[in-house]
Unconditional design. Structure first.
Length: 325
């Protein structure tokens, strides 16, 4: 009986090994649960009318964040929240709570587009409230709102484009490694970290950046009517501004706190009372208007890690609306 038991075990192990060796699997188990649908929580106020706070924090990217929470990337999450808000007839205003140095050109533009489209389709007022930082892509998104409020200690501006690129050619030469890539055109490998950028390649990249820069300026002049193109060009040299400087230069509408942004949202929506709500995943504690997006480091601003990961994963330059000193 014992020999038969061992024989059956041997057969089972043999068959399992055979399946695994040929690339077949019997069971697929995910250790990370899929993200749950958003739920609504009231964090202050009362009444049937609602004001929604949407967080835009950290590096702005459409790259999926690696976390056990399964939280989608910034663009997908904001799209999800706006879609949910558009179906709620009681939402009268949205506040974008921004704390970001910016991010990729495309992700910043996608979020800007989604907010503008949301406003056109719903006629719901949108207020930007800039916290610590609303620079470059963070400001790009902020101008999509009807009004911009900045905290007294806010840093904003940094209007411009930067291309993140590194060259490791000198390092590779020291350790005896040489680039032997094969290409069909002279500029096919332009921007490669394996070689030094030529002057002609630099001019080509500068032309691309100039085009993206003009896009940035057009977005601002379209939404900040008080600013002329000529005045904006003087401001848009990449420098940052305090809240007071931004107000004086008409980059924002007023200086205040999140409470002031809520009051302004009510005024813009033509209501006196409203519940301030926030969307979040189940299990994330929300208590007041300053509650963070999640309990993880989802909103952490870590420019160095982001840049290195992007360059290592893609091997190509990154075009950014980003304040990256």
């Amino acid at each position: 009986m014992k020999g038969k038991y061992l024989s059956n075990n041997f057969r089972f192990i043999f068959c399992l090994s055979l399946l695994l060796s040929t690339g077949c699997t019997l069971i697929s188990v995910s250790l990370v649960p899929p993200p749950a649908p958003l739920k609504e929580t009231t964090i202050s106020g009362e009444g049937k009318d609602k004001i929604l706070i949407i967080d835009i924090s950290g590096i702005i990217s459409d790259t999926e964040r690696r976390s056990l929470s399964g939280e989608p990337d910034t663009v997908a999450r904001i799209k999800e929240e706006l879609k949910m808000a558009s179906k709620d007839k009681h939402i009268k205003a949205v506040i974008l709570r921004i704390n970001s140095p910016g991010g990729t050109v495309t992700a910043s533009d996608m979020i800007y587009h989604e907010i503008k489209q949301f406003k056109e389709e719903t006629n719901i007022k949108v207020i930007s409230c800039v916290m610590d930082l609303g620079a470059s892509g963070g400001y790009y998104i902020a101008v999509s709102a009807d009004k911009i409020v900045a905290h007294p200690t806010t840093v904003t501006g940094s209007i411009g484009v930067i291309m993140l690129n590194v060259s490791v050619e000198g390092l590779l030469q020291k350790i005896g490694v040489k680039d032997t890539s094969i290409k069909t055109g002279e500029h096919k490998d332009m921007g490669s970290p394996l070689k030094t950028m030529t002057e002609e390649e630099r001019k080509i990249f500068q032309g691309v950046l100039d085009n993206m820069y003009e896009k940035f300026l057009s977005v601002i002049t379209e939404n900040r009517r008080e600013l002329t193109y000529e005045k904006l060009k003087l401001l848009a040299d990449g420098r940052i501004y305090t809240a007071q400087q931004a107000l004086e230069n008409k980059l924002i509408d007023q200086i205040g706190y999140l409470d002031d942004a809520i009051t302004l949202a009510k005024e813009e929506a033509g209501i006196k009372e409203a519940r301030v709500i926030i969307y979040h995943r189940p299990g994330v504690y929300k208590d007041n208007i300053y509650s963070k997006l999640s309990n993880s480091n989802f909103g952490a601003i870590n420019i160095i890690n982001f840049d290195l990961r992007t360059l290592l994963h893609t091997g190509t330059p990154s075009f950014m609306y980003l304040w990256a000193p």
